[in-house]
Design a protein around this ligand. Structure first.
Ligand SMILES: Nc1ncnc2c1ncn2[C@@H]1O[C@H](COP(=O)(O)OP(=O)(O)OP(=O)(O)O)[C@@H](O)[C@H]1O
Ligand SMILES: [Mg+2]
Length: 247
């Protein structure tokens, strides 16, 4: 089982989109995938075609011990090898609820142990910002962290801070690998800029910008449902990323 998080303190850089497209692509190639959604607005489930109101159990209830994990686990109706545990509106209280426990940041890592042998990839979506320490839970649990980054100078700054956050876990003995993923870039000039600014770090193959992705979202379709040559190219980018840094 490999645990992968999408992480960047910066909001709106593509964490949730990258994560869901990775998960769908891995599930499409018959891997068993579990999404864990730490962000109350990340809409992981909406991107699979559901509404928030479709679920009355969540990561919050699971990690705070309200109910066992099987109560919070849902199966994607189009691909039974894709499971997810949704977030709920209480997610931003999660850390304050659990942080009195010793080593609270290991809670997700420990709780995920039940999936060993059943799940190939756990994919964790993160909340943006540093306002609370929810990202500690996902960094402590992760084998691999993907940090999507666009060419906005403020994103580059926040990406460098996000890398520092991962590095501090590594310095504390966590065996986390990480890659910056140049994301949603519209031209080679933009890509070259990101590559130059982050040349000291490991950089994954880029994922292109395509407005077809937004069109698919508007129609509540995934990259495996929406028909477009641009989406095919996006799927190729995701597959290359998987080949180069994930499997
Ligand atoms: N490959 C792509 N091409 C074009 N637009 C994209 C692509 N991927 C994502 N987007 C768009 O970028 C925006 C931000 O994406 P997303 O919600 O995944 O970011 P995020 O980092 O998860 O945001 P938040 O920090 O709010 O959780 C969305 O409007 C999404 O539709
Ligand atoms: Mg998100």
């Amino acid at each position: 089982m490999k645990v992968i998080s999408c992480f960047n303190f910066k909001g709106g850089v593509g964490k949730s989109s990258l994560l869901i497209n990775l998960g769908l692509t891995l599930a499409y190639s018959k891997k068993k995938v579990l999404f864990v959604d730490l962000c109350e607005n990340s809409d992981t489930n909406r991107r699979l075609g559901y509404e928030k109101s479709d679920f009355d159990t969540s990561v919050y209830g699971w990690l705070t011990g309200e109910y066992p994990v099987n109560k919070a686990l849902y199966e994607y109706e189009h691909q039974s090898n894709l499971l997810f545990i949704p977030s709920d509106f209480r997610m931003n209280d999660l850390v304050s609820k659990i942080q009195k426990k010793k080593d609270w940041y290991l809670l997700l890592k420990e709780q995920l142990n039940v999936f060993k042998g059943h799940i190939d990839f756990v994919l964790i979506d993160n909340h943006p910002g540093r306002g609370d320490k929810r990202h500690y839970l996902s960094l402590a649990a992760s084998d691999l962290v993907l940090i999507p980054c666009d060419d906005d100078p403020s994103t580059i700054d926040e990406t460098l801070d996000s890398i520092q956050a991962v590095e501090s876990f590594r310095e504390n003995g966590f065996l986390i690998d990480y890659f910056v993923v140049p994301y949603r870039l519209k031209s080679k000039i933009e890509l070259d800029y990101v590559m130059k600014e982050l040349k000291d770090y490991k950089i994954a193959p880029p994922i292109r910008h395509t407005s077809a992705f937004k069109n698919a979202l508007k129609k509540k379709q995934t990259i495996f449902q929406y028909n477009s040559v641009y989406i095919e190219k996006l799927r190729e980018d995701i597959s290359l990323l998987i080949k180069k840094v994930i499997v």
